[in-house]
Design a protein around this ligand. Structure first.
Ligand code: GLY
Length: 287
């Protein structure tokens, strides 16, 4: 038994025209993770592989294609959590790394810390042998245009959650944050409990949407707490989103349980995603 769910971000309908492409890429990311799970690999490896796929796709607001901050720069946030050990790693305001999700994993596995930010995170990347990318290489023409026109209220994020054949869960989340954000702004994605959570006793979850609201309700952990209290996964997802909506938030989340259940919920105009289960069930969503 294994399951994986990925999302390509929740947000306004302005990006509706890329729905088919977003759906296809999300399914490809989920299939990539599922291949690892099918071969007996860990949920952690699966969510990292799926997240890297989505970071590398310029359709999504993470890695290549991330939105630009007020100064026209890319500043990336990411986190990962291992539900087996409750170990976690995260980076924020990173500028020189192509795949921040893998740098977050290095923080988890190669440092005594959970969260590194800014120049310190980039310096840690160099110390770990992660090559520096050329300045501006993650900036796509579309995002540059939106920055020049100041048309961005665009937000979004990518994420993956999985349960492996051993019943262990993991979660990964990565983002460029919100368009036009102040330099140094940090959203929910690198914050454990807000953007990402995984505990193999209960669930794993990854959030997307406006971080300023997600942080305040601890969105990912709210799902886990719902499951811990005995709610079915979909109800736990819906209740967490209802709380986000209650305070005026906009976003969504995906989740898995150790028994292979998959769930998602959102209150944005749309959320893109896909899932694959060991039963052969698979599907996409872009509503
Ligand atoms: N959810 C992504 C962010 O607000 O940064």
């Amino acid at each position: 038994m294994f399951s994986i769910v990925v999302h390509g971000g929740a947000g306004p309908k302005r990006d509706q025209e890329s729905g088919d492409a977003a759906r296809a890429s999300c399914l490809a990311a989920a299939e990539r993770g599922a291949a690892i799970l099918s071969a007996g690999g860990s949920a952690l490896d699966a969510v990292e592989a799926a997240a890297r796929w989505l970071e590398d796709d310029p359709l999504f607001n993470a890695g290549l294609g991330a939105v630009l901050n007020a100064d026209g720069e890319v500043e990336l946030d990411a986190s990962v959590m291992n539900g087996e050990t409750l170990e976690a790693g995260a980076v924020a305001v990173v500028k020189t790394v192509k795949n921040p999700i893998s740098l977050a994993r290095l923080v988890m596995e190669k440092s005594p810390h959970v969260l590194l930010v800014g120049e310190g995170a980039d310096a840690f990347a160099r110390a770990q042998g992660v090559p520096a990318i050329a300045p501006g290489s993650l900036v796509t023409p579309l995002q540059r245009q939106r920055w020049l026109e100041r048309t961005g209220a665009t937000h979004g994020t990518i994420g993956a959650v999985a349960v492996d054949q051993r019943g262990q869960v993991a979660a990964a989340t990565s983002t460029g944050g919100t368009a036009g954000k102040l330099k140094g702004r940090v959203g929910d994605s690198p914050l454990i409990g807000a953007g990402t959570v995984a505990d193999s006793r209960w669930a794993a979850a990854s959030s997307t949407g406006l971080g300023e609201f997600i942080i305040r309700v601890g969105l990912a952990r709210a799902v886990l707490e719902g499951v811990r209290r005995g709610a079915a996964l979909n109800l736990a997802c819906e209740e967490a989103i209802a709380e986000l909506k209650r305070i005026g938030g906009d976003g969504g989340l995906i989740a898995v349980t150790p028994s292979g259940g998959v769930g998602w919920a959102f209150c944005s105009e749309r959320m893109a995603g896909a899932f694959v289960k060991s039963t052969g069930e698979r599907g996409t969503f872009f509503d």
